[in-house]
Design a protein around this ligand. Structure first.
Ligand code: ADP
Ligand code: GLC
Length: 478
């Protein structure tokens, strides 16, 4: 079976968050299930600088405001199509925003073009690659199922929701420029509260929908979690599936990780102390006997960063230390810098995005704090499990599906892998931090939790088997 994956980021080529990890990790795992995936993404400058542009397999003299080419190449273990449209993608900044962090005003055009290119490939644009199924990710690729639907291309489509908070909602005035038939501007198509909803259209018109954990699949059908789309998602519950993410266990392997100061495994935890020391040095923490908590995250409201900021004093008063790596909302960046200044040697903050430090933190911290208000899946708790950094997480979405709380029953049975709390507020975060510090000072308990987590299967294989089964079912139903 051949699948076209349409996606706006793919690790290690370009990444703003977990979406890239999934787009990069799932294709090799699907290959082991006998499914060949080609991925279509924009030819962003850093991608072309890293792997070259490939060979043009199609040229459009005019494509959403300028000439464009579809390029093809194999690189870094992936079969790739790159949408080379300089007027849309050849610009400084990040995938969705300029250097100042403002969303590009023409994002609707940029990602309508990506989706249109995906739908063109589905209907045979590239003579020797006709996909049996198209897999689109998030709002940026969500018009792909819509175009395929209105083209009457007989190819099943799957839309995966990685985060319902980002819906690609635009003014109705853009509609005539999308290249969709007039009939598409209706509640059965892209129309959403009088405007154009990219994600809404995809959710309506994809053959099937997945999201990245079973609990999030339930949450998004409720008014609290559905962000306005709960009705539509409830109507489509029979084709909505929750499949938890895996991680790339090669890139994230504590026994071979080149970014670590010392490599270790579940059977040889002693070298971990060297990484812990390296974390202390990097974050300016004074060595002592208490636990090092890390926060490794986009610094946003979704991730509960306001609650974290309000809990730092308490964490320090309990003898904990905190190492923060992240970037995002300037307010939280500022407050976390202030927290470091207020607690020298106890709190260290690095504002920025740094893959190497991310690995070091997972390999050297004692616990990773994830107080997310909602979390479709979350990957950092999975990296934490694999590296023996005990996840301390909110009971929501994929966090609830991947961590086993150290309650009495789980501790007695020896199956606990982390700590969980709810709801996300200052008093409950304080309480779980106290629990974590207490458990940390009972070395038998802490080591048991740590080892149990390291033994958990967080690989892509189980999830890839679920995607493969779904894809096969959809293709044979055609
Ligand atoms: P989300 O996609 O919502 O941000 P995930 O937990 O799914 O959350 O994925 C986040 C990914 O981004 C992980 O791979 C994590 O290691 C990485 N990451 C987040 N912040 C940073 C940072 N400041 N530096 C390096 N990697 C980061
Ligand atoms: C989104 C979600 C995150 C998930 C990631 C990959 O960014 O916020 O929870 O892990 O996508 O699916």
């Amino acid at each position: 079976m051949r699948v076209l994956s349409v996606v706006s980021e793919l690790h290690p080529l370009i990444k703003t968050g977990g979406l890239a990890d999934v787009a990069g990790g799932l294709p090799p795992a699907l290959a082991r299930q006998g499914i060949e995936v080609h991925s279509l993404l924009p030819a962003y400058p850093p991608v072309v600088a890293r792997i070259g542009a490939g060979e043009a397999v199609h040229r459009w003299p005019e494509f959403y405001g300028g000439p464009a080419a579809l390029r093809r190449l194999a690189a870094e273990g992936h079969q790739l199509f790159l949408l080379d449209a300089p007027h849309l993608f050849d610009r400084p900044g990040r995938p969705y925003s300029d250097e100042a962090g403002h969303d590009f005003p023409d994002n609707w055009r940029r990602f309508a073009a990506l989706s249109r290119a995906g739908a063109d490939i589905a209907r045979g644009l590239v003579t020797d690659f006709r996909p049996d199924l198209v897999h689109a990710h998030d709002w940026q690729a969500a018009l792909t199922p819509a175009f395929i639907h209105y083209d009457n291309t007989p190819v099943p489509t799957v839309l995966t929701i990685h985060n319902l908070a980002f819906q690609g909602q635009f003014d109705a005035a853009i509609f005539p420029s999308l290249g969709l038939p007039e009939a598409a501007f209706s509640i059965h198509g892209v129309e959403y509260y009088g405007g154009v909803g990219f994600l809404k259209a995809g959710l309506k018109l994809a053959t099937a929908i997945t999201t990245v954990s079973p609990t999030y699949a339930d949450e998004i059908r409720t008014p609290e979690g559905g962000m306005g789309l709960e009705g539509l998602l409830s109507d489509r519950v029979d084709v909505l599936h929750g499949i938890v993410n895996g991680i790339d266990t090669e890139a994230w392997n504590p026994a071979t990780d080149p970014y670590l100061a010392a490599r270790f495994s579940v059977d040889d935890l002693a070298p971990r102390a060297v990484n812990r020391r390296a974390v202390e040095e990097r974050f300016g923490l004074v060595p002592d006997a208490g636990p090092i908590f890390t926060v490794l995250s986009r610094l946003t409201w979704q991730k509960g960063m306001d609650v974290l900021v309000a809990t730092v004093d308490h964490l320090v008063s309990l003898g904990g230390r905190l190492a923060v790596l992240g970037s995002g909302d300037p307010l939280f960046e500022h407050e976390l810098r202030l927290a470091a200044a207020a607690h020298p040697g106890r709190v260290g903050t690095i504002i920025g995005y740094d893959e190497e430090i991310a690995h070091l933190l997972q390999g050297g911290a004692d616990a990773i704090l994830i107080p997310s208000r909602f979390e479709p899946c979350g990957l950092t708790q999975l990296y934490g499990l694999r590296y023996g950094t005990v996840p301390v997480v909110a009971r929501t979405g994929g966090l609830a599906d991947t961590v086993i709380d150290a309650n009495v029953a789980a501790m007695t049975a020896g199956v606990a892998t982390g700590l969980m709390f709810a709801p996300v507020d200052v008093s409950h975060l304080r309480k779980v931090i106290r629990r974590a510090v207490n458990l940390y000072h009972q070395p038998g308990c802490w080591t048991s939790i740590r080892r149990q987590g390291m033994k958990a299967d967080v690989s892509w294989d189980r999830s890839a088997a679920e995607y493969a089964a779904l894809f096969r079912e959809l293709v044979s139903a055609r």
